[in-house]
Design a protein around this ligand. Sequence first.
Ligand SMILES: Nc1nc2c(ncn2[C@@H]2O[C@H](COP(=O)(O)OP(=O)(O)OP(=O)(O)O)[C@@H](O)[C@H]2O)c(=O)[nH]1
Ligand SMILES: [Mg+2]
Length: 301
Amino acid sequence: MIRLIEDNDPTSFEKLKLLYPHASNAFIIGITGSPGVGKSTLIDALITQFRELDKKVAILAVDPSSPFSGGAILGDRIRMQRHATDEKVFIRSMASRGQKGGLSRATKDAVVVFSAMGYEIIIIETVGAGQAEFDIANIAHSIGIVTSPGAGDGIQAVKAGILETGDIFIVNKSDKLDADASVHQLNMMIEMRKSSKTNWKAQVLKTIAQNGTGVKEVADAFLSHFDFMKNNNLIDQKRNAMEKSYFNSLLKDLILEKLFLYMKNSEACKKIEKEIQSGSMDPLSAAEFLVNKLIVFKNNE
Ligand SMILES: Nc1nc2c(ncn2[C@@H]2O[C@H](COP(=O)(O)OP(=O)(O)OP(=O)(O)O)[C@@H](O)[C@H]2O)c(=O)[nH]1
Ligand SMILES: [Mg+2]
C-alpha cells in the first residue's frame, strides 16, 4: 500500500477508503529538527523504549526538502537496522517523488495504512516543520523538536517558526559542550511563547541518542503528552483538525485531477491556450474564465 501511495497509483484511493474506518487509535508523533541533529538515531532509541512497553511501532521518514533523498533513505535504514527483524516494527522512508497532493497527503495516506494495520505508535521523521506544503502539526498528535548544542540552534528553531508547534524539546548530542546552555535557552524561549492553545507545559530534555541516555524520559514525555490530550478532551479536537486538513488536501488533489482531465479533452481550453499564445487573451483573464466555467456550485448550495 505504501508503495502504491508513493507511486500515485490510482487504485490506492479505493483501498484507502476501505481502510479509513479502521484507522483511528494510533498515537502519532512527529520528530523534526535540522539536518544531522540526530533524529533517526533518537527514533531508533525510542523504538527500543516503546517495544519494551510492547507497542507496535511504525516509522515513516519523509523528506520534504529534496526530491532525491536516496542518501537519506539509506541512512535512515542503517541507523534503525537493529529493529529490522522485529515483526512489530515497520520502518519506511518516503521521498517526494512528485506526489500530486504533496507529501502531506502522501504522509497522511501512509498514516491511515499504518493505523489500520494496528500500529499503536507512528513516528514521522521530517526535516523542518510548519512549511505550507508539509504541515506536520496537522498530521501528528505530539511534536518533538530535536536540536543539538551550540550553533544557535535554538534561535534557528524560533526563526523557522517551529517553536510554537513543539510539545517536547530534545537537546540531543548532550555529550557535547553547551548542552545545558541550550536547555536553558530553550526553556527561556518556551516561557516567552505566546499563549499556548492548551495548558500543556512543553518540556525540554537532554539526550545522547547514540547510547540511549535520557531517551526513556523522552518516551515517557510523549506518552504523558498523549495522556494529557486524552484527559483534557483534546483528542477529538485534534482529530477534527487532522481530518479537516486531510479533506482539504484531498479536495485540492481531486479538483486538480478533474481540471487537468477536462483541460486535456476540452476544445474550448485549447482555444484559450492559443489565445494566450497569440496575445489576444491574458493568462489572468484566461484562468478566471476557465475556473468560472468549472464552478458549478451556486451560492448557499
Ligand atoms: N556525539 C553525538 N553524536 C550523535 C548523537 N546522536 C546522533 N549522533 C550522530 O549524528 C549524526 C547524525 O545523526 P542522524 O540520526 O542521522 O541525524 P538526523 O537528524 O536523522 O539526520 P538527517 O535525517 O540527515 O536530517 C550521526 O553520525 C550520528 O551518529 C549523540 O547523542 N551524540
Ligand atoms: Mg534522519
